[in-house]
Ligand binder design. Structure first.
Ligand code: H53
Length: 849
């Protein structure tokens, strides 16, 4: 407020304040101006990269205007001016997520502002094709997989639904690595993505000093109260970088704030510098910058590295400081804080925000413990995304003691209060205390972050029905007894139909719009149900099928360029793209492919004529240190090599591993599937979200009864999905039986044959794959590959038959699309807003009038 322009000068200001372009001419003028002046290029020196940059900068300017207005509007919106004063809550949602897997921004900005057609026309006048321009952009790949992409979908929905919400993350200099396949092996290349990023705004004036290490001293203040002082630490500065997040069909443009680390002022050692030790003086600076340097490339796996813990605290502390600073400007009482702010913890990665807020309230703001703790609990909500033991974060007590000594004290105090509460309520259950303690009594002692997150939040949610039930009966069972079942809830994941239908599959989106009378379904996906009326409409069916075919042709062309493999677009396209992980069971898929190959080899020429040709497409990254996952990639590539070069097999079977799967590639791959694979061991995939994307784009699913597959089945109907495999309730017993069953480990003969073929060297050096086979044969087959194999290949047979009847297949796909309305991330956000955040939308000014 202090920095605002005085009233008399505002007229001049307003006269020159920039307007959003809305015509082709205006767009072109902005673009050419940016190319000529911002980029210092000319008519004679403008390639596609420069045309992209100019277009992006023109759109960036447009977003910035709406963004400024939104922030102004959300900050100054006064609930008292609204009609139902008591109903209105003006709180801001802060979504703390270490990952936001955004992908490309330009196409999204053009579509969300409704300006893509005008821009495409405009760039064509200037001598370019829009597709070529769009493909110049590098993905913003600040995430690993499902968790990061979910956060990105949520940002799109929050803005589209006009919720006042900010995302907070780190500005990694290196996003997820780029994957290259060399001789069939994954090789990682660093993703330095910030060379040219028109979408971010450095806020050099928005900085926060973050402390690490040091010691805690107790002292008595003037009032005689004991206070803790955390001192002598090392300071690193957080600098804010902001990116605009445009909503679809609204002027609301929210903010994604990314923190970058740099050496604190004064950290640069001038004595060393002046005495010629230039390198040493720069070293501190580099050490500080290391904190936000790189995204950890593990998905669903925690490795307990000190730098990762530093990242987590750095980001939590900077974000909380920012939130608290803004709250304090309002001069409201602290008891109002939870009514003004809702903070959602995306997995346990931001759990340190809990002790950090408690620290701010008691050490800095002077609140009493109980009052502070009540504010903390009311402020946070925690989303759990996994029950996999290897993904549940634990940090060693000595490490936290060293890095964050004051926080460790607070964590112990939180634990003490909590255990006293448990003891009072369950005096007879002494074992319970050990089970639910935040501190695990191991060597060294560990802090169980998930427990801290549960204890410090008012709501805990899972991400699909089965998963939300599972957390209540497994990892958080005791907590359900302690707090009662109401603390736990479910919000089934969703996806944004803007990116995953309208942007990725524009022709399908247009066809749907032509039948539903416009694009309203992109804001209310449940309107898709009206499509069911067209399931028998000849013209509609023809166009629907033509679109799927065109999408397959496009993917086939991509495969030709990328893999030098020719695939027939009329084959059945079977796709599994996601992170490579044993629990996701790409190994089951490739064993199935080998089995199919062996069967084809056994057949006579006559028999082969009846076979449904298929292309098996894989894609996904393995964490660099995850050997088993890398072995699976290697096997897929070796199998592809053999099968694709077997003249006898020809088009009957092709195998493709697509390098460097990412968001922009997903936009090409997903619309081209006939079948996609979501085949995790039951109970291991919390939700899955690509399953939703594939079905929304007219593909069917082969899947286990796991995660959101179950709810997809409920929506589309059992006839429209291919389910197989054991159920989650049987998994434990089956694992047990692998070791103890009376008749030993009995392998399905077909799977045995697959293993024998691999062992014979058909796909190269058999030793390369022995660990993979032995994990099944000798180490208990934890993921139940052998138990589900038969049911899997039998179901694949059913799919071949079903695909043989193209008319029926088409009916299944159209019906499924029309029943996917539930899976919009807009629905998720409405559920979070209502059941967890208690927040209302703030409409942009123009729309309120
Ligand atoms: O989160 C997705 C789920 C998916 C789950 C995934 C996930 C990560 O990507 C990383 C860590 C983690 O704990 C969970 O595996 O099932 O759909 C979004 O909820």
């Amino acid at each position: 407020v202090e920095a605002s322009i005085p009233e008399p000068q505002r007229a001049a200001w307003k006269k020159f304040s920039k307007k959003e372009f809305s015509t082709k001419d205006e767009f072109q003028a902005e673009t050419v101006q940016h190319i000529e002046t911002t980029l210092a290029r000319s008519l004679f020196n403008c390639d596609e990269a420069a045309a992209y940059s100019g277009t992006a900068l023109a759109f960036r300017d447009r977003l910035v205007i709406a963004w400024n207005k939104t922030q102004q509007n959300q900050t100054f919106a006064d609930p008292k001016q609204k009609v139902h004063e008591s109903d209105v809550k003006l709180n801001k949602v802060a979504d703390l997520s270490l990952e936001f897997l955004m992908g490309r921004a330009l196409d999204n900005a053009m579509l969300n502002t409704g300006m893509k057609d005008i821009a495409a026309d405009g760039v064509s006048d200037l001598g370019f094709r829009m597709e070529d321009i769009i493909s110049q952009e590098r993905d913003a790949a600040l995430g690993n997989g499902g968790l990061g992409r979910l956060a990105a979908c949520f940002l799109d929905s929050l803005a589209s639904l006009n919720y006042p919400a900010w995302g907070y993350a780190l500005r990694y200099r290196y996003g997820i690595f780029k994957q290259e396949i060399i001789d069939g092996y994954q090789v990682e290349i660093p993703d330095y993505w910030l060379d040219f990023n028109p979408w971010e705004f450095p806020r050099h004036d928005v900085t926060v000093d973050i402390q690490f290490y040091g010691n805690v001293r107790k002292e008595t203040d003037e009032s005689g109260k004991q206070v803790s002082v955390w001192e002598n630490g090392e300071i690193v500065t957080a600098v804010a970088y902001d990116a605009p997040i445009p909503g679809y069909g609204t002027k609301t443009t929210n903010n994604l704030r990314l923190w970058s680390s740099k050496a604190a002022q004064g950290e640069f050692d001038f004595t060393k510098f002046n005495s010629g030790e230039y390198e040493a003086s720069v070293a501190d600076q580099q050490r500080a910058e290391t904190i936000s340097a790189v995204l950890y490339p593990n998905d669903s796996l925690e490795r307990g590295k000190e730098l990762r813990l530093k990242q987590q605290y750095f980001w939590c502390a900077a974000s909380l400081f920012d939130i608290v600073r803004r709250f304090k400007k309002s001069k409201k009482a602290w008891t109002e804080f939870p009514n003004q702010v809702a903070i959602q913890l995306n997995d346990t990665h931001p759990t340190l925000a809990i002790p950090e807020l408690q620290r701010i309230l008691i050490d800095q703001e002077g609140l009493e413990w109980d009052e502070a703790w009540s504010i903390v609990q009311q402020t946070f909500g925690y989303t759990n995304h996994t029950v996999l033991p290897e993904a549940l974060e634990k940090w060693s007590v000595p490490l936290i003691q060293h890095l964050l000594p004051r926080h460790l004290q607070i964590i112990y105090d939180i634990n003490l209060h909590f255990l006293q509460f448990v003891e009072r309520n369950f005096p007879k259950d002494r074992d319970m205390l050990g089970r639910v303690s935040i501190i695990e009594e191991s060597q060294p002692k560990m802090v169980r972050m998930a427990y801290l997150a549960v204890i410090g939040s008012h709501k805990v949610n899972g991400v699909a029905e089965l998963h939300s039930d599972l957390i209540k009966t497994t990892i958080f069972k005791d907590f359900v007894r302690i707090y009662g079942p109401d603390k736990f809830t479910n919000v089934t994941n969703g996806i944004t139909p803007r990116r995953w239908l309208h942007q990725a599959n524009p022709r399908l989106s247009q066809l749907i719009a032509s039948k539903l009378g416009g694009y309203e379904f992109l804001k209310d996906l449940t309107l898709l149900h009206k499509l069911e009326a067209y399931v028998d409409d000849k013209e509609f069916r023809k166009e629907f099928q033509a679109i799927k075919h065109a999408n397959k042709v496009r993917l086939a062309e991509y495969i030709k360029t990328a893999n030098k493999v020719t695939v027939n677009p009329s084959s059945l396209f079977d796709i599994q793209v996601k992170r490579i992980h044993e629990y996701k069971r790409q190994q089951l898929n490739i064993f199935g492919v080998i089995h199919r190959y062996l069967e084809l080899k056994d057949m006579s020429a006559e028999e082969r004529k009846k076979v449904q040709p298929r292309v098996s497409i894989f894609g996904g990254k393995a964490a660099p240190g995850y050997w088993m996952a890398k072995t699976i990639i290697h096997l897929v590539n070796q199998v592809a090599q053999v099968i694709n070069n077997d003249a006898e097999i020809g088009d009957l079977l092709k195998v493709v591993f697509l390098e460097d799967y990412n968001v922009s590639k997903a936009e090409i791959i997903i619309p081209a599937s006939d079948i996609s694979e979501h085949i995790s061991t039951a109970g291991t995939e919390a939700s899955g979200t690509s399953n939703m994307k594939f079905v929304l784009n007219g593909g069917l699913v082969i899947g286990t009864c796991d995660g959101a597959n179950i709810e997809i089945t409920r929506e589309v109907g059992e006839d429209n999905i291919f389910l197989f495999g054991n159920l989650s309730e049987d998994v434990e017993d089956l694992r047990h039986a692998h070791f103890y069953s009376a008749d030993g480990f009995r392998l399905d003969p077909a799977l045995q044959r697959v293993f024998d073929t691999i062992k014979s060297g058909t796909f190269g050096d058999a030793n390369s794959f022995s660990a993979l086979i032995n994990s099944i044969l000798e180490h208990g087959d934890y993921y139940l590959v052998s138990d589900d194999f038969k049911s899997y290949v039998d179901t694949q047979k059913l799919i071949d038959e079903a695909y043989g009847n193209q008319e029926e297949w088409l009916t299944k796909t159209i019906t499924s699309v029309s029943r996917m309305g539930f899976f919009s991330s807009d629905r998720c956000i409405e559920e979070y807003a209502e059941a967890i955040w208690n927040v209302e939308p703030v409409l942009p000014k123009e729309d309120t009038a």
